[in-house]
Write a protein that binds this ligand. Structure first.
Ligand SMILES: [Zn+2]
Length: 279
């Protein structure tokens, strides 16, 4: 059963990768390679899982959801002890009694640091809902994708979001290997999904020298946006991605980020650049 769950998770991740490409590139996106991979993965699913997947995927992008703290991470429904056990044992497919999504026991990263997990509602707007000055790195030392992801994940650790960075880094690297997150204009959007127990968080780093990045035009990324994404915010992330890309294809915003020499300056530049694109 674990292999069926893994198969479903990969299939879901690929469909989200396709959504990301679509939201970044619009109608001109070439999705043929992804469409083929998605078709092949769907065809090779176990028949019972395929029937559930096909039915649920007509309604929503998220069909498979991690169980977190005895609850469905998508709808928040608390599960009976017997259901929690069944999800953990993973011998049959267990679906959420409220939203009907397929549940799995996640070994993924969780927010567990000292930082308040969610800002109080209504106190912040725009980019400040997901990020903070201490998550800005105006001068990334990294020379590789992995080193950049480590530096940005480390900012989340030192700001008190997580206790360790290993799972953030390994999850983001697995995602890079699936499909590089460089998108041209020297922008890269590494991310890790399924980080439960808190809200979406964004760290931003700038490399003046540029870091070789797969998928990027010209092969380098200078503006690296690293996101840790709870499953329930997967669809919102697509909007955030599109908003950040829109802002940072503009020369004035790129210039301001490259000129920032302190986290506070980069933070102000990011807030200004995303004022109309991230809501
Ligand atoms: Zn649910």
């Amino acid at each position: 059963m674990r292999s069926i769950i893994n198969h479903l998770i990969q299939l879901q991740e690929l469909t989200l990768v396709r959504d990301e490409k679509r939201s970044l590139l619009g109608p001109k996106a070439d999705l043929s390679e992804l469409n083929e991979a998605i078709g092949q993965m769907a065809d090779s699913l176990d028949p019972a899982a395929k029937a559930i997947y096909t039915r649920l995927s007509k309604k929503d992008r998220i069909v498979v959801a991690p169980m977190h703290a005895g609850k469905c991470s998508m709808c928040g429904m608390g599960l009976a002890i017997s259901q929690v056990q069944a999800v953990k044992q993973c011998k049959v497919l267990v679906t959420c009694p409220s939203c009907a999504r397929i549940l799995y026991d996640s070994a993924g990263p969780t927010w567990s640091g000292s930082r308040p997990r969610k800002p109080a509602a209504g106190t912040k707007a725009g980019i400040a809902r997901f990020s903070a000055p201490e998550l800005m790195i105006p001068d990334l030392k990294a020379k590789t994708e992995e080193e950049a992801i480590v530096e940005l994940a480390e900012s989340l650790r030192s700001a008190g979001f997580v206790e360790t960075t290993e799972k953030l880094v390994s999850g983001a690297m697995a995602r890079e290997k699936m499909f590089g997150t460089g998108v041209g204009h020297a922008l890269a959007f590494p991310h890790v999904r399924g980080v439960e127990g808190g809200g979406l968080a964004l760290a931003f780093g700038v490399s003046r020298a540029g870091i070789p990045w797969s998928g990027a035009d010209g092969g380098v990324a200078k503006f690296v946006f690293f996101s840790a994404i709870p499953t329930a915010t997967s669809v919102f992330y697509l909007k955030l991605l599109a908003g950040l890309a829109e802002s940072y294809t503009k020369e004035a915003n790129r210039k301001a980020a490259l000129e920032a020499d302190a986290p506070e300056t980069l933070w102000k530049a990011l807030a200004k650049a995303t004022r109309w694109t991230v809501k």
